[in-house]
Design a protein around this ligand. Structure first.
Ligand code: BEZ
Length: 260
């Protein structure tokens, strides 16, 4: 195995629910693969690969791809769904490789690596061959602002301690600086709104919270969870509920950088 890793910080994930209700996370990764432009035979690392949907897309273009994720549940699901591919459990802020990669790819994952973004960038740089590409998309500043505002208000109204949100949504300037200080030349950086229909979330914002912020519910008394989530829905609805259904207020930061 070409990858060595420290003990990953465990994020509890329900991989099946993630795939069935939140498949858009992967579906929206296609333009990022275009930007990556993987070539046959290239060695590519998919950082925060989840259940491996995009890892498989990259492999289908002939690249030799490895998926890395901090969640054992996700990696297990990825191995079952894509038995011909290589997936490893690893900490994005603490891995190293024995054979360098031509590119590191990451979709909708870097914002989960909030503890030490510079360590992630350091690991990515060290994993790349000179001139190697780092192509990624994450939530940018203002991402999910209406969703998180509804959460914070509901928590406060129920007298609960303010939840510590587990994500990192940088501004373009901040992340570009990190990349440059981390030894990358930024070739492209885009920052844009991407309102995202929550097509498979009949429970609206509450379903989103259960899936993506489930750990924040751990500290909530069980009897309070349902009314709290109903309140999140009431508070979020004016901004996010349309006639056609719920739409999450996603903001994306997409970049392509090269190891300097
Ligand atoms: C996102 O893809 O922007 C995202 C997903 C889950 C939680 C937070 C952000």
């Amino acid at each position: 195995m070409a990858l060595r890793y420290d003990t990953p910080s465990l994020t509890r994930w329900n991989a099946r629910a993630y795939d069935s209700s939140f498949g858009y996370v992967s579906a929206q990764g296609e333009p990022l693969i275009e930007l990556l432009d993987p070539c046959p035979g290239e060695r590519i690392l998919d950082l925060g690969c989840g259940t491996g949907v995009l890892t498989a897309e990259i492999a289908a273009r002939g690249a030799v791809v490895t998926g890395l994720d901090g969640s054992p549940t996700m990696v297990e699901a990825a191995r079952v769904q894509h038995p011909g591919l290589t997936f490893v459990i690893g900490d994005a802020a603490g891995f190293s490789v024995t054979e360098p990669y031509d590119a590191v790819f990451s979709n909708a994952a870097l914002h989960w690596m909030a503890r030490d973004p510079d360590a992630v960038i350091r690991c990515v740089r060290a994993a790349l061959a000179p001139g190697g590409r780092f192509v990624a998309e994450l939530g940018g500043a203002g991402n999910c602002a209406a969703l998180t505002s509804a959460m914070l208000t509901a928590w406060r109204e129920y007298g609960l301690p303010e939840p510590e949100l587990p994500w990192y949504f940088p501004t373009p300037a901040e992340y570009a600086l990190r990349l440059e200080k981390g030894g990358f030349t930024v070739r492209l950086l885009e920052y844009f709104d991407r309102p995202t229909p929550l097509d498979d979330c009949p429970g609206g914002a509450a379903d989103w919270v259960r899936m993506f912020a489930g750990s924040l519910l751990d500290g909530v008394p069980p009897a309070v969870v349902e009314p709290l989530l109903r309140r999140v829905n009431e508070l979020a609805a004016p901004a996010l509920r349309r006639e056609s259904g719920w739409v999450a207020d996603y903001v994306r930061l997409r970049f392509a950088a090269v190891r300097a």
